[in-house]
Design a binder for this molecule. Structure first.
Ligand code: PLP
Length: 231
């Protein structure tokens, strides 16, 4: 994919985000595009940066740390992949948001490290809505108890939920997954847990983001649709 193609993709994706938001009676301003840059080299990421994108997502700590050192300082780095507890210390100072909070031991580590650096790290709780064996995330029925536990921890702020829908050729098939995530967020909201907000639903990837936006996504995480197929 050339830099010119990346620029064209971004234009095109922005239009599709807008159209999907309008179909649902929403404003496109409510939908944040997070450009997923795993395996994408810095010069290609810069093409997206020059188009005004500032939110970038990585699923591996090592790659995110390396790219952060090579790219402009005003980029907001989102951790979207499975996060090993022993890697938290490398990102806790500066990561913009962790989308993949999925277990008490990880929450405890983020809390401990964040407190030590005097920060509160915004996190989304990952939910395995479809119950896929191969996926990380809490079962829907575990979410409220988990969030109650996290809400007691300093240095960590729950800001919403995230899910990765099953892979499908036909995005309509995963519409119920996105709808369910929104319903779970409403249930959490109704619990009125102090310090917990259900402000963001991070859902939708290259193959299904329009359906996710129609179902209420506030953050879509797009890699292939912007940068082409990964090697
Ligand atoms: C890779 C990845 C994405 C982006 O996937 P595409 O299909 O390339 O848009 C989104 N979310 C997570 C958690 C990912 O690992």
């Amino acid at each position: 994919m050339t830099e010119e193609e990346i620029r064209r993709n971004i234009e095109e994706i922005k239009k599709r985000i807008e159209a999907a938001a309008h179909r649902a009676g929403r404003s496109a301003a409510e939908v944040q595009l997070v450009a997923v840059t795993k395996t994408v080299p810095p010069e290609k990421i810069m093409a997206a940066y020059q188009m005004g994108l500032r939110d970038f997502g990585e699923n591996r700590v090592q790659e995110m740390v390396k790219k952060r050192g090579e790219l402009p300082a005003d980029i907001r780095w989102h951790m979207i992949g499975h996060l090993q507890t022993n890697k938290v210390k490398y990102i806790v100072d500066w990561v913009y948001m962790i989308h993949s909070l999925d277990r008490p031991s990880l929450a405890a580590e983020i809390s401990k490290r964040a407190k030590a650096v005097g920060r509160t790290v915004p996190c989304l709780v990952e939910v395995n809505v479809a119950g896929e064996e191969s996926k990380f995330g809490l079962a829907p029925e575990e979410v409220i108890d988990f969030i109650r536990e996290v809400a007691q921890m300093p240095g960590i702020a729950v800001k919403g939920l995230m899910t990765v829908a099953p892979y499908t050729e036909n995005p309509e098939e995963v519409r119920p997954v996105f709808r369910r995530l929104r319903e779970i967020a409403a249930q959490v909201e109704a619990e009125q847990i102090p310090g917990v907000e259900m402000r963001y639903l991070s859902m939708g990837m290259s193959g299904d983001f329009e359906v996710a936006i129609e179902e209420g996504a506030h953050m879509v995480r797009l890699g292939t649709a912007l940068f082409g197929a990964r090697q």
